[in-house]
Design a protein around this ligand. Sequence first.
Ligand SMILES: Nc1nc2c(ncn2[C@@H]2O[C@H](COP(=O)(O)OP(=O)(O)OP(=O)(O)O)[C@@H](O)[C@H]2O)c(=O)[nH]1
Ligand SMILES: [Mg+2]
Length: 252
Amino acid sequence: MASESDEKMSAPRTVVTLPTYNESENIGELVAALRALGCEVLVADDNSPDGTWKIVESMAAEDDGVHLLLRKEKKGRGYAGAEAFVEALKLKADRIVEMDADFSHRPDDLPKLLAALDAGAHVVVGSRFVEGGKDDRPQASRQWLTRFSAFYARKLLGVQMRDTNSGYRAYTAYAMKLIEPKTLRSAGPSIVHEVLLRAHRRGLRIVEVPILFVDRERGESQLTLGRLIQGFIMVAKFRRLAERGLLWSTDG
Ligand SMILES: Nc1nc2c(ncn2[C@@H]2O[C@H](COP(=O)(O)OP(=O)(O)OP(=O)(O)O)[C@@H](O)[C@H]2O)c(=O)[nH]1
Ligand SMILES: [Mg+2]
């Protein structure tokens, strides 16, 4: 069983995981920005047709702090995210971050997330809905959809926090081990809810810090109506599994 005293005395090793699909216009700049912040980067790419992984591969060849996880089976944001968490633990990361690779999550906000971990949180969520946070996307419809879906997840999962949908998060290695990424079952974006519910059920300290969430400027969104509906169904499923004590089980 993981213990909090596993933490090392030397400078903590931070690995930022980035699930990517067709992010060739963003990935080079983003990896460079994260390296400049002193973090290692692990890109989990689903064999993107636009060659995102090739850009990462050439960066990784020059820099030990850049890692590529090239995935050729079971495509999906959720599968890629979970595999990246497993890999980050194998890399012996002390702190594991996840964020989108389209600059909606700004590297500038990362030091705030890490500072909250250092202050004692196990899981830090970058939040649009706490004081100082903002959803700066121009379309009101997107903002309201996110608000509704965050409200729905909050009620169903029984968590206190506001931005349940946020995929900009930092975890201690201790927290990630308790979450057990190997047994996560989400294929798609509902991984954020599955992980949050596991963290909540393990009694981990979850803290929200304000972020500015901006619209992507380059590349195309992978979010579809089908994935959105699937997400609502999955949240209800996670609740049922938790009620039956099966949240960590690999069947059901
Ligand atoms: N590996 C992998 N990454 C994915 C997949 N789908 C999306 N992503 C990545 O997951 C992150 C979030 O995806 P987006 O398409 O931006 O979805 P979104 O942020 O919910 O939607 P927008 O607000 O419209 O951008 C980005 O870094 C994507 O490249 C996938 O199937 N596999
Ligand atoms: Mg996005």
